[in-house]
Design a protein around this ligand. Structure first.
Ligand SMILES: [Zn+2]
Length: 263
């Protein structure tokens, strides 16, 4: 049975049997793994404090032939976002779920791990959660090749000088002139200010993004567009996206909104 050690991010866990947990984790070198942590639900378990979502851990695991589940020997916490930012728990859960959704089984790419680890570093350093959430969505979509180009109109090639309109049912941005009239008159999905944020996010590391103050209107536009793009790609809404939106919305507004029929 080959034994591996790696740096990893814990994405989620669920109970197994009487006292064990299954741990889904993203390694820095061999992609996403599912492993059994024996005794993890017992008091004084050797996995204590290591299995919260998005904890960065040093793991040792072994693989058995023809078994999907690996065995976890140990997981030592290196950096814990919940310890550093307990108030950001809902966002931390959302970040872990996003990475879990988009990390493909059997894809050993390091890029998603590096993105997650640097996001965690920015979070632990006290970075603002909303810009970091938009940044993670932007980069995950980019890494998957799903983020539409946002400099030029997809149809006519003109610069998006008045904002970007998301084409109905397609993963492309157009100018207002190329958008269907009924949509064009509603105004762009991304204003010039939101497009400016995207250009910043393309070049800045997460540590710098965590220090950004996002204009609330631009932040809302980006969040909406990212969730539409992710929803179209995943063909369903992530559970915690919905939870976060509900948490943020005043009780008086918790009725279905027209904008959401866009998803
Ligand atoms: Zn155009």
């Amino acid at each position: 049975m080959p034994l591996y050690t790696a740096d990893a991010l814990v994405l989620r866990t669920y109970a197994l049997g009487e006292s064990d947990r299954i741990v889904v984790f993203l390694t820095d070198d061999r992609g996403k793994k599912r492993g059994v942590a024996r005794g993890a639900r017992r008091p004084r378990s050797r996995f204590a404090g290591a299995l919260e979502p998005l904890t960065q851990v040093r793991v040792a695991y072994f693989e058995k032939e023809r078994r999907e589940l690996v065995g976890l020997n140990y997981a030592e916490p290196v950096r814990s976002p919940l310890a550093a930012r307990p108030e950001a728990m809902a966002h931390i859960g959302y970040f872990a779920e996003l990475i879990d959704e988009w990390a493909q089984d059997g894809d050993p790419s390091e890029r998603l791990y590096r993105l997650g680890a640097s996001l965690l570093e920015a979070l632990s350093a006290g970075g603002a959660v909303e810009p970091l959430a938009r940044y993670l969505e932007f980069w995950i979509l980019r890494l998957q090749g799903v983020y539409p180009p946002f400099r030029l109109c997809h149809r006519c090639g003109a610069p998006l000088a008045a904002g970007a309109w998301l084409a109905p049912g397609a993963q492309v941005f157009t100018c207002g002139g190329c958008a269907p009239a009924a949509i064009a008159q509603l105004g762009p999905n991304l204003s010039l200010r939101a497009l400016g944020v995207l250009h910043e996010m393309r070049r800045l590391p997460p540590l710098a993004v965590g220090g950004l103050t996002l204009d609330p209107a631009a932040a809302t536009e980006l969040e909406r567009v990212h969730h539409i793009l992710m929803g179209r790609h995943l063909e369903r809404e992530l559970k915690s996206t919905r939870v976060l939106r509900e948490l943020r919305r005043p009780a008086s507004e918790r009725a279905p909104r027209q904008a959401e029929s866009n998803r």
